[in-house]
Design a protein. Structure first.
Length: 273
């Protein structure tokens, strides 16, 4: 990552986690904010299709770099933690959390962002690496007395597809429909992991089978399209048009948080807190 300041620093656990804040990144890039991204792992533990871990890690680094460029991110760096199922356990695959906190603290000190965007305290949907990133970010910001806003992505949005997975209600809602093509292109960069997002699980109940059949039968209606299986990146984002953001830390000295300060008059941003 280049030295110098950034307006926004997004900190994620794996390549492709930026997908869940991609509309927010597009919105901020459109406004002219400089965005930097830090990723804790190379993603070598993801879906591999038989590739060696080292090779998969290299591929996923490139995938994230391409995705970030599409979203308007200026700089990307990787923090060298292993992509394991239990990063907070002892033994092989555990993260060097003190080392990660030091790296993040130095990065925050150098970048001096107005906004840090990261995972939530429960990982959005419970992922242990996401939770560990959140704890590390909090510790790093405390170490440098960070005075800006901290928001997490994956906030609940009432009635939104996929949102039932998430664990905190959103305080800021970003209508990302105008960025559909860029969000789609960004997700398409993650070719090694695309199946996670676009291949629906085989229906396991009569209700889900009936829902899919309804979708195909009434695809010419909005209600039908919501029930279509997710077969393309564009369809994923059509089912995920609004991003919920959760305020984890307000700025110091009673200042308005980042979105209230910069987007209160933007019709695409709904501020609930």
């Amino acid at each position: 990552m280049n030295e110098g300041t950034s307006d926004i620093l997004i900190i994620i656990a794996h390549p492709d986690d930026e997908v869940f804040g991609s509309g927010t990144l597009c919105l901020c890039a459109e406004k002219g904010f400089k965005i930097s991204l830090a990723c804790a792992t190379d993603g070598e533990g993801g879906s591999s299709d038989g590739r060696p871990d080292v090779l998969l890690g290299e591929i996923r680094r490139r995938e994230l770099s391409l995705s970030a460029r599409v979203l308007g991110v200026s700089d990307v760096c990787f923090l060298g933690q292993p992509d394991s199922a239990h990063p907070d356990a002892e033994g092989d695959g555990s993260w060097d959390q003190p080392g990660l906190i030091r790296k993040l603290a130095e990065m925050i000190r150098q970048q001096n962002p107005q906004l840090i965007l990261t995972h939530g305290p429960q990982g959005g949907y419970g992922h242990p690496a996401h939770r560990l990133v959140y704890r590390s970010v909090v510790a790093a910001t405390q170490a440098v007395s960070f005075a800006g806003s901290i928001f997490s992505f994956c906030g609940k949005v009432d009635g939104a597809f996929f949102s039932w997975h998430f664990d905190q209600p959103g305080d800021v809602m970003v209508d990302a429909r105008s960025f559909l093509s860029r969000r789609t292109a960004s997700l398409s960069c993650h070719q090694t992991q695309l199946a996670y997002f676009v291949q629906p699980p085989f229906p396991r109940s009569l209700r889900k089978i009936a829902s899919a059949l309804f979708g195909f039968t009434f695809a010419f209606t909005e209600a039908g399209r919501k029930r279509l299986p997710i077969a393309t990146p564009a369809r994923f984002f059509r089912k995920f048009p609004v991003e919920g953001l959760v305020l984890q830390k307000a700025p110091a000295a009673g200042r308005p948080h980042f979105f209230r300060e910069h987007f209160s008059s933007d019709h695409r941003v709904q501020i609930n807190r």
